[in-house]
Write a protein that binds this ligand. Structure first.
Ligand SMILES: Cc1ncc(C[n+]2csc(CCOP(=O)(O)OP(=O)(O)O)c2C)c(N)n1
Length: 565
């Protein structure tokens, strides 16, 4: 049998798994791979594109962003233990976001720091072990096709997640046997067939509920689920709270009470209000759940791929009934059961409830928009007005990436999303996600604009020079709108609450180490992006239009919007 280069083998496996981009920061272990990919692409061959990220943290957030748009498994390459350490909190974000991603890194096979202080051998996998589904140290004899195919299978099996492989430095330099058949993906373990008995039990509880609430977190990662959820909600006349991480349900639908707000938002309105039964579909708790949680007596029905929901019980107490299932099957099946079981009397009650919810939601929404318009000349700029303006300038295909805390409520109230895959958020807690996630989304967006709304802290944690350089260099443009409240608002707010009525002096706040301010527009310009500071309400719309014109021309853009707080 003929041999071929490891690099060609790697490209073959990646092609077979639909991998289009490799987000990387290189080390010596990848030199041959870089040459193989470059040769394949220069020669017009099929190969993923190498996307250089100047900080490893961005390799992970960009892979996350690319996955959100493509739904395809991702590949990240980082240099040995050093690159692995630099992945930082964005590794945990991959895990919480259930992103199927292969992380490849060599290990040092010469003695650099081979033993720990207590004499035990250095364990590179332990750097990532808390935040990946699986990690494996290869000894170098393994067949590359088999290793990679198995790693993809594990990463893609529900609940999906990141997988880490480390290998000897020269593992990817050699030649290996070329298989007779081209590599192909392995089947992932299928989810159990629907348990119609349990689904029927849930349907009966929902039919008897006075105020059922449908909560969906990740169902929208399958675009067809959006239409299916609309049908289900309309059949049941149920309110819908759509999750923070994916676009699951049109936020302007008469039954939609809104987009979930994560904890830390200054308005603190979870939307669970009067629900007596919650049907949570593809839902896991965000890092900081919304407050207040549902009432103790509210029944929770839960359909998800992960019975452990990553070890975090829903709202701290778990579900009354749980079913492990594929939401693409469960949602239409539940609708079918409801249609069969809803009597004509019940139908009349449901129709009445539908009208009541629709009227209430319309009033609420009018209130949100009126409040934003009232602040159209506020100085400094209000978050409601900023988000209201963003909503005016985006179109229905724009991909909105949101990672806000203090201003989360303003974003979720003012931004309307109607089409699948046009809204993404980070369910996890490491805040430096948005710049890279926006970059990754832009790398896959096929012409749709990407607008990311983020905190000032998140912009800095997100390694903006790295994310913006890559965006500019590869022409994967996105607009970053920074909600600049001059520091760590969520922490400052809790601190002020703890101080009660005492009004701290400016010096006291300064000594408290929660405030900072940088010139983000200048940072953007230094990285090759359009950058502008916006301090006045009258400048918000013109600045947004100017920034969008820049991204339409292929250049990333940053608006540093100075908010009241
Ligand atoms: C990477 C990371 N470091 C620290 C924290 C702890 N933390 C939670 S909220 C917060 C303040 C966040 O400030 P910012 O991102 O600017 O948002 P704001 O609260 O101002 O809306 C911090 C530091 C975190 N969640 N993630």
């Amino acid at each position: 049998m003929a041999n071929y280069k490891s690099g060609e083998a790697l490209i073959g496996v990646l092609n077979a798994h639909g991998v289009d981009k490799i987000f990387l920061n290189p080390g010596f272990e990848f030199i041959d791979i870089l040459s193989n990919v470059a040769a394949a692409r220069v020669g017009g061959g099929e190969s993923p594109q190498l996307v250089l990220c100047l900080d490893e943290s961005v390799t992970a957030s960009a892979a996350y962003g690319n996955y959100m748009v493509t739904g395809k498994p991702q590949v990240i390459m980082v240099h040995s233990e050093l690159g692995s350490l630099q992945l930082g909190g964005n590794l945990q974000n991959l895990q919480w976001g259930r992103v199927p991603a292969l992380i490849l890194a060599a290990y040092q096979d010469v003695d650099i720091q081979r033993t720990l202080w207590n004499g035990l051998p250095y364990d590179q996998g332990s750097i990532v072990r808390n935040s990946v589904k699986y990690d494996r140290r290869l000894n170098g004899d393994e067949d590359l096709h088999e290793v990679l195919t198995e790693a993809f299978r594990i990463a893609c099996t529900e609940p999906a997640g990141p997988v880490y492989l480390c290998f000897p430095m020269r593992y990817l330099y050699g030649e290996i046997e070329k298989p007779e058949k081209p590599p192909a993906p392995e089947e992932t373990a299928s989810l159990p067939a629907l348990d119609m008995g349990v689904l029927g039990q849930m349907a009966d509880i929902l039919i008897e509920a006075k105020n059922p609430l449908l909560v969906s977190g990740n169902a929208g990662r399958y675009p067809q689920n959006v239409a299916a959820l609309i049908s289900l909600a309309e059949t049941l006349g149920a309110s819908v709270l759509t999750g923070y991480s994916w676009m699951n349900f049109p936020s302007n639908h008469p039954l939609c009470v809104g987009i979930e707000q994560i904890g830390g938002s200054c308005k603190k309105d979870a939307g669970y209000d009067d629900a007596d039964v919650i049907l949570a579909i593809d839902y896991a708790m965000p890092y900081v759940g919304s407050t207040p949680p549902p009432k103790q007596e509210t029944k929770i029905l839960h359909i998800d791929v992960d019975p452990l929901t990553q070890g975090r019980l829903l709202w701290g107490r778990g579900a009354d009934i749980f079913m492990k299932a594929d939401s693409r099957e469960a949602i239409p099946a539940m609708e079918g059961l409801l249609k069969d079981r809803i009597t004509s009397d019940k139908r009349a009650q449901i129709d009445e409830r539908f009208r009541r919810i629709a009227t209430r939601n319309e009033e609420t929404r009018k209130g949100w928009y009126a409040a934003a318009r009232e602040q159209s000349s506020a100085e400094p700029v209000s978050a409601d007005y900023l988000c209201y303006c963003i909503n005016q300038v985006i179109d229905e295909d724009t991909i909105v990436v949101n990672h806000t805390l203090s201003h989360c409520a303003s974003v979720t109230e003012q931004i309307v999303r109607t089409k699948p895959a046009t809204w993404f958020g980070c369910p996890s807690g490491a805040i430096g996600w948005a710049p890279g996630a926006a970059l990754g989304a832009a790398s896959a967006s096929k012409g749709a604009m990407v607008v990311a709304i983020m905190t000032d802290g998140g912009f800095v944690w997100g390694c903006p020079t790295s994310a913006l350089w890559t965006s500019a260099n590869y022409r994967f443009p996105f607009l970053a709108v920074i909600c600049n409240n001059r520091g760590y608002g969520a922490i400052r707010d809790v601190q002020l609450e703890m101080l009660g009525n005492a009004h701290p002096s400016e010096q006291f706040i300064a000594e408290s180490a929660v405030e900072f301010s940088l010139d983000y527009a200048l940072i953007a310009q230094g990285a090759g992006a359009f950058g502008r500071t916006v301090a006045k309400s009258e400048d918000v719309l013109p600045a947004l239009k100017e920034a969008l014109a820049a991204i339409r021309n292929g250049k990333p853009a940053v608006l540093d919007v100075r908010l009241l707080r």
